[in-house]
Design a protein around this ligand. Structure first.
Ligand code: NAD
Ligand code: ISE
Length: 336
């Protein structure tokens, strides 16, 4: 039998996930929808024959909802995730688990009180073939120890609702998580440097930014964040090891040669760039719900990334380029 899924806040990514589940993935079905905008919920639900609920609580409590997806905006995540945990239902929450560490701690407390893992965080870079190949290469020791990692995270445009701080909590959080995943260690400090501003961003936003992180073993990581580059969705990751380098290759499978030159298309957005990773992520989540054991990125991963974000946001707001320490609680045995 299919896993019957209820979705809370199907905006851009939520609708893309519904299309994946309905058209391309197996063993899952979206049967329930809610959104703070009821007319929008109705428009999303109708073509897939799903029921519409007035709010997250009603959807979570519905008898025919086996599992919950939270794809609303970050500040609304905590309430819905805790409610799903209290109802004993598995919950996939888009990143960030919550925008601050304090909210993530409350989610972890609720999950531990419930006594079993129910939360998976949408850190989908972990499912990308390129990052997985980098991780496997580092683990085989072929390049020696990783020393430095260079990252680039560019978006073509960001909307007016994208506020200062989101460059860290909503955008660079992908790199923060995937660095923990690749290097297998925690990040201990964060610093934000502000280069010259682009004229293409809304006035309230410092863009681009450089986020500089250091890990427990002293690996230095930089993340060039630029959410109004005007040209495309551009992601880079290059690890400098003791005996060589390994980097994500460019984003497309093909390279075209013509009289105008040699090159590949630039992805327009996260769906085009990471479609395969999203599909693997969601299929594995559906299968883990069916198997009764959630195995993807945990609430601890959501919390650990949020603590780094908190330090990054403090640095962004501080005068000059100040480094802030990342203070994690001791990892509970529950998440070992
Ligand atoms: P969006 O603004 O397009 O959609 C959010 C939806 O949630 C809207 O329909 C809105 O009406 C609804 N909503 C807001 N508050 C709500 C509440 N309290 N209850 C119910 N519905 C509510 O945003 P988006 O771009 O789809 O992003 C949503 C989440 O997904 C964010 O956390 C974002 O960081 C994450 N995201 C992840 C990726 C990725 O690459 N993994 C990509 C995009 C977005
Ligand atoms: C968005 O929420 C995402 O997760 C995208 O992958 C990222 O590139 C973008 O900056 C975020 O706002």
């Amino acid at each position: 039998m299919s896993v019957r899924i209820g979705i809370i806040g199907p905006g851009g990514i939520g609708r893309a996930h519904i299309a994946r589940i309905s058209d391309r993935l197996a063993r899952g079905r979206v049967v329930a929808v809610t959104d703070i905008d009821p007319a929008h919920a109705q428009r999303v639900a109708e073509p897939i024959g799903a029921a519409v609920y007035p709010d997250d609580a009603a959807l979570i409590d519905a008898d025919d909802v086996d599992a919950v997806m939270v794809t609303s905006f970050g500040p609304a995540h905590e309430g819905s995730v805790v409610r799903a945990i209290e109802a004993g239902k598995p919950v996939f929450c888009e990143k960030p688990l919550a925008p601050t560490a304090a909210e993530c701690l409350r989610i972890m407390d609720a999950e531990q009180r419930g006594g079993r893992r129910l939360v998976q965080v949408g850190f989908m870079r972990r499912y990308d073939a390129g990052y997985r190949e980098i991780k496997a290469t580092l683990e085989r020791g072929e390049l020696g120890a990783a020393l430095i990692v260079h990252n680039r995270h560019h978006n073509p445009h960001s909307p007016q609702t994208y506020l200062e701080g989101m460059s860290i909590t909503d955008t660079a959080i992908h790199e923060i998580d995937v660095m923990r995943f690749l290097l297998g260690e925690e990040i201990v400090s964060a610093r934000v440097d502000k280069p010259k501003r682009t004229t293409s961003a809304f006035a309230h936003l410092s863009d681009p930014l450089m986020l500089v992180l250091r890990t427990a073993s002293d690996v230095l990581i930089d993340v060039e964040i630029f959410v109004n580059n005007t040209y495309g969705y551009d992601i880079k990751c290059e690890v400098v090891g003791e005996r060589g380098l390994i980097a994500l290759s460019d984003q497309n499978a093909t390279v075209r040669t013509s009289p105008t030159g040699r090159g590949n298309r630039i992805a327009a957005d996260y769906n085009e760039r990471f479609e395969a990773a999203f599909e693997t992520e969601l299929q594995e989540w559906i299968d883990s719900v069916q198997a009764g054991e959630i195995v993807g990125p945990t609430s601890w991963d959501g919390y650990a990334a949020a603590v780094v974000c908190d330090a990054g946001v403090r640095s962004l707001r501080a005068h000059g380029s100040q480094e802030f320490t990342v203070d994690l609680i001791e990892k509970p045995a529950f998440y070992a």
